[in-house]
Design a protein around this ligand. Structure first.
Ligand code: TK8
Length: 336
C-alpha cells in the first residue's frame, strides 16, 4: 500500500514538475522586449514566438513581455535604455546601431546582397558573428539576426521609373549616414527620422516618401498614405535581437543558455515567416490601391554607378577592410 502510494506521488510529482526547469538555475524574471513595428508584423509574431519558447524552456519562470509600436521608445532610444540597463531586450534594424558601433554601417551599402541565401550565410557565419560580438564593449549583447528585408521605395508624388523621377522628393531615411549619402546622390532630399515618427510624417506631408521592405509597408499601413511603390531592393536590412549587457551579465549560465537557444529558434521562425509574409505583400498592396512598378536592369545599373562614391566614402572613412571582408564572404556563396 505504502509503496503504491509512494509510486503514485512520485509519478504525480514528475508529471507536475516543469521538466525543462527542474534542475536548472533559473529565477523568476520579467523580460521587457521592445520593438518598433505593430503586433501584427513579422517583429510582433516573432517576439511572441520567442516569448513562448523562453517560457517553455524555463518552465514558465522567464516571462518575456513584448512592447510593440515603439511604446518603450524608438530604436535608438531603446538601444540607449538597454545600454543603461533599464530595459532587458529589443529588436531593431542594424542600421540604427551605427552610433554605437560604426562598423554596422557596412550592411547599409546598397546592392551588396543578391538574395536571402547570401544574406543568411554571411549573417550567421563568422562575419555576422564578429560584428555582433563587437557590441559587447558598448553595453549590448547581440543574440541573433532576424530579417527586416530588401528595401523598396514608396512616395506620394509620382511613379519612379528612372533615377531622375526621384528628383526633389522629400524622402525619410533611417538615422544613418550611408542612407543620407546614397539618397542625396539619387537627387532626393533625404530626411533622417525615427521610424516611430514616420507614419505621421507621411500623413501630414512632412515627407513625401520612405523606403522599407514590402512586409513593413503592409504591416505599418503605409499604403494608406503612399500611392507609388517601386521595387528597387536597394539595400538588405537585418534586424538584430539585442539584450542589455548590464542585465545579461547578472544572469546564470542556464538562463543565458535558454535565451540563446530560444533566440536561435526564433531566428528560424522569423525568417520563414517574414519571407512568407512578403511573398503575399505585393498582391495585398496592389489590392489596397498602390501603383507598383519595377526598375529596368539598365536603370538599376545606372543607380549602381551613381552610388559608387558612397562606397568610396565608406572605405576612406575607415571601412575599407571591413567592406572587402564582407564582399569576400558574399562571393564565397554567390551563384556564378
Ligand atoms: C522598426 C525599424 C524599421 C526600419 C526603419 O523598428 O526604420 O525604416 O526598417 O523596420 O527598424
Amino acid at each position: 500500500m505504502f509503496r503504491k502510494l509512494l509510486l503514485a506521488t512520485g509519478i504525480a510529482a514528475a508529471l507536475l514538475a516543469p521538466v525543462a526547469a527542474s534542475a536548472q538555475d533559473v529565477k523568476s524574471r520579467i523580460i521587457r522586449f521592445g520593438y518598433g513595428l505593430s503586433e501584427n508584423s513579422n517583429q510582433g509574431r516573432a517576439v511572441k514566438f520567442f516569448a513562448e519558447e523562453v517560457s517553455k524552456r524555463s518552465g514558465g519562470k522567464l516571462k518575456v513581455k513584448g512592447f510593440a509600436d515603439a511604446s518603450l521608445g524608438s530604436d535608438m532610444q531603446m538601444q540607449n535604455t538597454l545600454i543603461g540597463g533599464a530595459q532587458e531586450m529589443m529588436v531593431g534594424s542594424t542600421a540604427t546601431l551605427v552610433g554605437v558601433v560604426k562598423d554596422f554601417g557596412v550592411y547599409d551599402l546598397p546592392f551588396l546582397f543578391n538574395d536571402e541565401k547570401e544574406v543568411d550565410s554571411v549573417l550567421d557565419g563568422p562575419f555576422g558573428e564578429k560584428l555582433m560580438k563587437s557590441l559587447s564593449d558598448k553595453g549590448l549583447v547581440g543574440l541573433v539576426y532576424w530579417e527586416n528585408g530588401f528595401r523598396n521605395l514608396t512616395n506620394s508624388k509620382r511613379p519612379i521609373t528612372k533615377v531622375e523621377d526621384m528628383g526633389g522628393i522629400k524622402l525619410r531615411v533611417m538615422q544613418n549616414p550611408v542612407y543620407i549619402d546614397m539618397f542625396n546622390r539619387f537627387g532626393v532630399n533625404a530626411v533622417p527620422l525615427a521610424f516611430s515618427e514616420l507614419f505621421a510624417a507621411l500623413e501630414t506631408g512632412t515627407v513625401d516618401g520612405q523606403e522599407n521592405p514590402v512586409a513593413i509597408i503592409q504591416s505599418s499601413k503605409f499604403y494608406e498614405v503612399q500611392k507609388y511603390l517601386t521595387l528597387t531592393r536597394h539595400v538588405y536590412t537585418p534586424f538584430i535581437v539585442l539584450a542589455s549587457k548590464r542585465w545579461w551579465d547578472g544572469l546564470s549560465a542556464d538562463e543565458k543558455k535558454i535565451l540563446q537557444e530560444a533566440a536561435v529558434a526564433s531566428r528560424e521562425f522569423e525568417r520563414k515567416d517574414s519571407r512568407e509574409a512578403s511573398a503575399q505583400s505585393v498582391a495585398y498592396l496592389k489590392e489596397k490601391g498602390m501603383q507598383i512598378n519595377e526598375l529596368s536592369p539598365a536603370e538599376l545599373e545606372r543607380m549602381r554607378e551613381m552610388i559608387k562614391p558612397t562606397f568610396d566614402r565608406y572605405a576612406t572613412e575607415g571601412g575599407a577592410d571591413l567592406l572587402k571582408e564582407l564582399q569576400r564572404e558574399i562571393m564565397k556563396v554567390r551563384k556564378p
